[in-house]
Ligand binder design. Sequence first.
Ligand code: UDP
Length: 413
Amino acid sequence: MLEKVQMGERRFEDYRGIISDTLFDEVVRLGKKLRGKRILQINATSKGGGVVELLRPSIPLLNDLGLQAEWQTLEAPQSFFGVTKHMHNGLQGDLLNLKPSQWDTYENYNRQLAEQIDPSKWDVIVVHDPQPAAVRSFMGVDGEAKWAWRCHIDSKHANPSYLRHFVKYWDAYDGAIFTMAKFVPPGYKPKHLGVIPVAIDPLNPKNVAMKTGEAKTIVESFGIDVTRPLVTQVSRFDPWKDPLGVIEAWKEARAEVPGLQLALIGDTAKDDPEGSVILKAVETVTVGEPDVYIIANRADDRAVQAFQSHSNLIIQKSLREGFGLTVSEALWNGTPVVGGAVGGIPLQVIDGKSGFLVTSVKQAATRMVALLADAKRAKAMGQYGHELVRHKFLLPRMIRDDMQFWLELLAED
Ligand code: UDP
């Protein structure tokens, strides 16, 4: 049920020159302090979604830095992921409650997971998101390992019926890490709190600068007319990413900017059974719209990057968001972002500087039109955003903060 994810090797040395020397040296120094420490990270899937983007590069980098890091994911039936998607939504504030039998499905699976983990083999165990969150509460108190719960969700407005269960699960951990301090839900006081925004990997092929011509060719290969303006959202097909709101905003903007095209790029993660339902809804409302391109499970990393760099602007019109790696990816590519003023998006979209923050369809449309009308301003915003990401949202900064947090946990009795 727990599967080790196999990965290639990475060298931290390759980040020299991309990040500041100070940060580079700090990461190396922390790596020496943690030399030999055995770190296990557990999440729901190795395919799709932001957590995968973080773990895939950081595990081999931690090994290169001298730690013994491993990544394991869940092998679970779709019925389990159906329940955990409700939990994800409930922790984001959705009102739908779970039936007792669904809680049983969840707890039984986590109880089985607990049997597979030998805590004496690890110094630190980091558990990501709700799917495996209960596992710690089914383990004994023995074993040297320190346990951290890593929350990637804005759970400030969590549905109380979910919180009642989750606070019990979370209390079993030695510490918790949230992307922003304000995401910590009411009634939960972690023994040790870490506030660590996530980050993008500048050496992921999707983030390595692409020549304008190459981006154009790739975008064109999806049928897009590269002589006309294009706006894109890259996101799982999920109600909280508001793809239907994006379509509405595009329609309003197109009334002002004739010929405006929209691309919706998304994949359906294994742990997200809601994806196909939302995708169908998106397809239904865009029937007969030749200028909307729905690119589902067809865009590889380079294609995602081509759209992020070629589009006139990127939309991330989320209604709830943990961090929104897609925002940093777009800005790193020098493309401004019109983003929902929620979750971690305002950390990255500085209103009027790296893009615009919006709270409605109407505002999204107005801001899109303004940016499409002023290419010079759009370019300046993209450049501002690129520098912002360089300073704050590249992977080595997150690795530094994680390592610092583990050291603090290990220093406790
Ligand atoms: N992504 C992708 N292909 C897609 C859709 C998304 O590669 O079709 C990537 C996207 O580039 C980003 C990640 O998946 O790196 C999504 O992370 P984000 O934090 O934006 O959202 P999450 O899915 O974790 O809510």
